[in-house]
Design a protein around this ligand. Structure first.
Ligand code: HEC
Ligand code: HEC
Length: 252
């Protein structure tokens, strides 16, 4: 194929992405896996939501449970606002992820005990809170001070990692839809986070899932909750703006 023709074909392939057409991982699931995700009783990821719900009613050190301020079942939390995370904190001068916001509430509004970013409790609470926004389109605002974090996350997504020396976007932008090690590659979107992984039988949030991909590339993962992963999350959530929240999604 001559070089210009090859370039033309490549442009045709990437054009939908360049036009900003984000596709949920749901689009690549088998009918059986979709059915499992949509099953309000059978979705195995709901175990994490249930755990989060139980924690939502557990009193903190000051005797107050989350529900004391955020209402029964979190009814006073606004789903549209949940869909906007990460948001910028003027006070802390950094982006705050949904899990970090929950950690802050535990420390500042419940008097502790501190919630470790990587703990199963933090993941479960994130699952419960994000489930409240089921079906709401992701809407991250990357204007103003968030622009630099979006750019940093984008750069991380386009960096070649590990001994395998491949960038995230090479798999998740160029090869979405293709088979890879018995799985169908998706765009690597985050609208289903935290997700239940059929491959491992475990729940994974965005940071855990990035660690799993980095490890598979034989790269050293960053720490869960690290500034790098937060930049990744800003970029990746915004990249999926408009996709509906599916927490807890079923994925491979
Ligand atoms: C004593 C009251 C209180 C308790 C207890 C509390 N929060 Fe909050 N929470 C607030 C207030 C007030 C805000 C909004 C102001 C702010 O962002 O600090 C907030 C904000 C939030 C937000 C962000 C909402 C938005 O619209 O951006 C989430 C999510 C949240 N809390 C979850 C939790 C969870 C989960 C717990 C329990 C682990 C909890 N909170 C415990 C008072 C509380
Ligand atoms: C060699 C190909 C490859 C590379 C490079 C790669 N991944 Fe993945 N990734 C996969 C496969 C395979 C899966 C599981 C199927 C799927 O969802 O695409 C996956 C899944 C994901 C998911 C889950 C998507 C969902 O809907 O739950 C995210 C998020 C993700 N990757 C992020 C990343 C990030 C960030 C990087 C770069 C640090 C990266 N990946 C690099 C192959 C790759």
């Amino acid at each position: 194929m001559n070089r210009y023709l090859a370039f033309f074909v490549l442009m045709l392939l990437v054009a939908p992405l360049m036009a900003g057409q984000a596709r949920s991982g749901y689009a690549y699931l088998t009918p059986e896996a979709r059915e499992l995700q949509d099953d309000d009783f059978g979705n195995p990821g709901l175990a994490s939501v249930d755990e989060g719900q139980a924690l939502f009613y557990q009193p903190g050190a000051n005797g107050k449970p989350c529900a004391a301020c955020h209402g029964d079942q979190g009814e006073k939390l606004d789903p549209e606002r949940i869909a906007r995370y990460p948001v910028y904190s003027e006070r802390l001068r950094k982006p705050i992820t949904l899990r970090e916001k929950i950690r802050q509430c535990r420390s500042d509004k419940q008097g502790g005990p501190a919630l470790d970013y990587a703990s199963p409790d933090a993941v479960a609470l994130e699952s419960f809170v994000r489930r409240l926004a089921l079906g709401v389109p992701v809407a991250v605002d990357v204007s103003g001070p968030m622009a630099a974090h979006y750019a940093a996350g984008k750069q991380l997504f386009h960096t070649r990692w590990g001994q395998v020396d491949i960038a995230c976007h090479q798999c998740h932008d160029y090869h979405a839809g293709k088979h890879f090690r018995g799985q169908i590659l998706t765009q690597g979107q985050t609208n289903g986070m935290p997700v239940y992984r059929l491959a491992t039988g475990e729940i994974a949030g965005t940071h855990e899932r990035i660690s799993q991909c980095l490890t598979s590339l034989r790269a050293e993962p960053f720490a869960i909750g690290s500034p790098e992963y937060i930049d990744f999350e800003v970029y990746m959530n915004a990249r999926g703006n408009g996709l509906k929240i599916e927490t807890p999604a079923i994925r491979y």
